[in-house]
Design a protein around this ligand. Structure first.
Ligand SMILES: Nc1nc2c(c(=O)[nH]1)N[C@H]1C(S)=C(S)[C@@H](COP(=O)(O)O)O[C@H]1N2
Ligand SMILES: [Mo]
Length: 512
């Protein structure tokens, strides 16, 4: 390190101290800048848990129960701040190392940064509702750390020795202040989200956990579970930042062709009692074989009862629902009144709705695609007629009616398999009608009946499995489902617009 030695020789003792510590300090500052960017972005993008918070939660989750209890005994409610502080201290500690490595062992330094970026991503992906943006935050944090390291070092190196210390201190101050402002601003804009998250965490709903019905999960390797964990539930909406609604500020205004207008509060809903229903929800934009579909247990209040309370007037045929951020959906009134489990849902998987999935209240209507039924953050109902309005997606070329089409898909095997018995498995759905049969064929041959799992009702997807005697070679598998009215799904290929894709899902498998 010729540069450091030169400084040492020329400036002497007084400067030595700063010089000896400045690589470490540089690393700490750069790392702090990187972390502060992740906090800033997390706040602006309303990410529930920033990478640091996700790491803190992971530390808590991985702490053995006995030790965790001891810690909570000692620090009480401060366990979370304690975990987060520890995470920050450890990261800044590695930052100090980073500063030392940066000038001499650049590859090792980059390795440390990449390791922390990956660690942040892993932590975020293992925590619920961290959203899909967190990996980007981690990458941004890593890039900013590198940029600041580079800048602090270059600025120092480019100055003559006597000014370099002053310049370094000035730049260090700038980075420290900038980081503090970034964290502060991120926290400030993200705060509203925290408040709603806290209100959500405090809710005690009467429905907590519900067991998965026996026989519904086939548990074939490499297949998604029948019961979709909320963190893996697909998310589709037009909201750039998640609407933030406090349960006690939530209102549903019901008006239009009704005998009596009504405004409901969250407590009004709870007072009516919650029912639960297993319902598979899916998106009209789901391509054949796609994964914009999920199954969970929903808790909510039946919509029919509320419509009976307000009194729907003759001639009305639609419920036009609107979300807090202005998105709209038109649902046939019939779907709310024909006895199916259409509900104003407050919980999924036994827990209050995650913010991304419509907290505090959303609609769930079995048998209809989400765009005509599943309004999240719902705040307004107008009872009206289809001829009198266009809703968000029907105004953009999608069909006003959106009944879910019978579909089936392969989940396994992937592209390769070993000759012999191969478990071919997947899911099929025909909400409101139910699935009667699933068949698979190989290379256009005869259809073979798959074994179906047991399901609790006609509104959930059904897992199926078929044991394939696979010969070596390239094979093309197709699957088709038949609904409980005896109607097989159509082979005719159609795209998602205007009312949902059709055709058989195909799997190409090389058997060796
Ligand atoms: N407020 C609002 N609700 C909405 C949407 C939306 O864009 N905004 N998208 C709908 C669509 S197209 C679907 S498929 C479902 C998806 O619900 P999920 O994100 O909880 O899976 O929500 C529906 N509800
Ligand atoms: Mo959708």
């Amino acid at each position: 390190m010729p540069y450091e030695e030169a400084v040492f020789v020329v400036v002497g003792d007084d400067w030595t101290v700063t010089n000896r510590h400045s690589p470490a300090l540089t690393g700490v500052l750069a790392t702090a800048a990187g972390l502060s960017i992740t906090e800033l972005l997390a706040g602006i993008l309303k990410v529930r848990a920033s990478p640091v918070v996700a790491l803190g939660e992971t530390v808590i989750a991985l702490t053995p129960g006995g030790i965790a209890r001891k810690i909570i005994e000692i620090v009480g409610q401060a366990d979370k701040p304690l975990a987060i502080t520890s995470v920050v201290v450890v990261i800044l500690g590695f930052g100090a190392l980073l500063g030392r490595f940066w000038a001499t062992q650049r590859i090792a330094a980059l390795g440390v940064i990449v390791a922390f970026v990956v660690l942040g991503m892993l932590a975020a992906s293992s925590r619920p509702n961290t959203g899909s943006l967190t990996p980007l935050l981690c990458i941004a944090g890593g890039l900013v750390t590198m940029a600041v390291l580079d800048w602090l070092n270059r600025e120092r190196a480019s100055q003559s020795v006597d000014v370099s210390r002053r310049v370094f201190l000035r730049n260090a101050g700038l980075v420290a202040a900038g980081s503090a402002v970034a964290v502060g601003f991120g926290r400030w804009v993200g705060h509203s989200r925290t408040v709603v998250e806290q209100a959500r965490a405090k809710l005690k709903l009467s429905t907590r956990t519900v067991a998965t019905p026996a026989g519904a999960e086939l548990r074939v390797a490499d297949s998604p579970p029948w019961r979709t964990p909320p963190k893996d539930f697909y998310r589709i909406d037009t909201a750039l930042s998640v609407p933030l609604i406090q349960p006690d500020e939530w209102r549903l205004r019901i008006h239009g062709m009704v005998d009596k207008e009504m405004t409901l509060t969250y407590q009004d809903l709870l007072d009516r009692g919650l029912s639960v229903a297993w319902i598979t929800m899916c998106c009209v934009s789901n391509e054949v074989g796609g994964d914009l579909i999920g199954n969970t247990i929903w808790s909510g209040v039946p919509i029919k009862g509320i419509l009976d309370e307000v009194g729907v007037q003759p001639g009305a045929d639609a419920l036009l629902s609107k979300s807090q951020d202005g998105w709209t959906a038109g649902t046939p009134l019939e779907a709310h009144t024909d006895g199916r489990n259409a509900m104003l849902a407050v919980a999924m998987d036994g827990e209050p709705l995650p913010l991304e999935h419509g907290f505090p209240v959303r609609q769930v209507v079995p048998g209809l695609y989400g765009y005509v039924s599943a309004t999240k953050w719902v705040v307004d109902w107008e009872i009206t007629r289809f001829q009198d309005f266009k809703a968000y997606w029907t105004d953009r070329g999608w069909s006003p009616m959106g009944p879910i089409k019978t579909q089936s898909r392969f989940d396994t095997p992937g592209g390769k398999a070993k000759a012999g018995v191969v478990k071919v498995a997947g899911t099929a759905w025909a909400q409101q009608r139910g699935i009667e049969a699933v068949e698979v064929r190989v290379d256009g041959g005869a259809w073979n009946k798959a074994t179906l799992a047991k399901v609790p009702n006609v509104d959930t997807w059904v897992q199926w499995v078929w044991d394939w005697q696979a010969d070596a070679g390239d094979h093309r598998l197709e699957v088709r489902a038949t609904d409980s009215t005896g109607t097989p799904q159509t082979a005719k290929r159609a795209g998602v617009l205007p009312d949902g894709a059709t055709g058989y899902d195909a799997a190409f498998v090389t058997v060796s």
